[in-house]
Write a protein that binds this ligand. Structure first.
Ligand SMILES: NC(=O)c1ccc[n+]([C@@H]2O[C@H](COP(=O)([O-])OP(=O)(O)OC[C@H]3O[C@@H](n4cnc5c(N)ncnc54)[C@H](OP(=O)(O)O)[C@@H]3O)[C@@H](O)[C@H]2O)c1
Length: 182
């Protein structure tokens, strides 16, 4: 198959949470500079792969190509709002060959089950933004292993990724970005 490059994107709190206990993104994890960075990255991508809840919660005004994970899919099928994929019925290799037959760049913005799944499939890069000084009690972890006391950094290191320099996206808070790469 032609080359497929997989990039993960998340903004997390100091305790590695992507959402609050109710599954919503709290305001403390919303940041204009991170949003602008994320949107520019999506513009460079050929497909956005996300969980059904994130798909339903986030409108798609630019009509970007989406691949939505759901147990309701029979394997991979095109619906009005994008490709619907069930990894239990069809492998990633087969699914992405349908969506990007000539290869391309894949953006993975979560949520947690999707981030977990791609740890096994293999990220080429993970763009980890941190809202420094922010704690989200009882929230949804970036990776399941973070619930067992492992930091996001430990999990990313364990799958062979290495951190680049810390970049400050917004000085006031601060909000910082580290890109982990193979
Ligand atoms: N801070 C961040 O960077 C960040 C990133 C991502 C999301 N979020 C926030 O987190 C919340 C949503 O995340 P979430 O983790 O609760 O949900 P999610 O990943 O958006 O959606 C979960 C759903 O996706 C489907 N799914 C996921 N993995 C699957 C698999 N391996 N096989 C089959 N289906 C699968 C299932 O749909 P079915 O029920 O249809 O089977 C599951 O119920 C939202 O508030 C979102 O905004 C924040």
């Amino acid at each position: 198959m032609s080359r497929v490059e997989i990039h993960g994107y998340a903004i997390v709190s100091d305790n590695d949470r992507i959402a609050d206990a109710a599954g919503r993104t709290p305001d403390v994890l919303r940041n204009d500079a991170d949003w602008a960075y994320f949107q520019a990255e999506l513009n460079r991508s050929d497909v956005t792969v996300l969980g059904r809840l994130g798909h339903e919660a986030n409108p798609n005004p630019r009509n970007r190509v989406r691949m939505i994970l759901s147990s309701s899919s029979q394997g991979i099928e095109m619906r009005g709002d994008g490709w619907w994929w069930n990894p239990e019925r069809l492998s990633w290799e087969e699914a992405i060959r349908r969506v990007l037959p000539h290869g391309g760049r894949v953006a993975v913005p979560g949520g947690r089950q999707v981030f977990d799944l791609f740890l096994g499939i293999g990220y080429d890069a993970f763009h980890l933004t941190r809202a420094e000084g922010v704690t989200v009690p009882d929230g949804i972890a970036l990776f399941s292993e973070c619930d067992e006391g492992k930091s996001a950094e430990t999990v990313l290191s364990a799958v062979g990724l290495k951190p680049g320099p810390r970049q400050v996206l917004a000085a006031a808070a601060p909000v910082s970005l580290v890109i982990w790469q193979r």
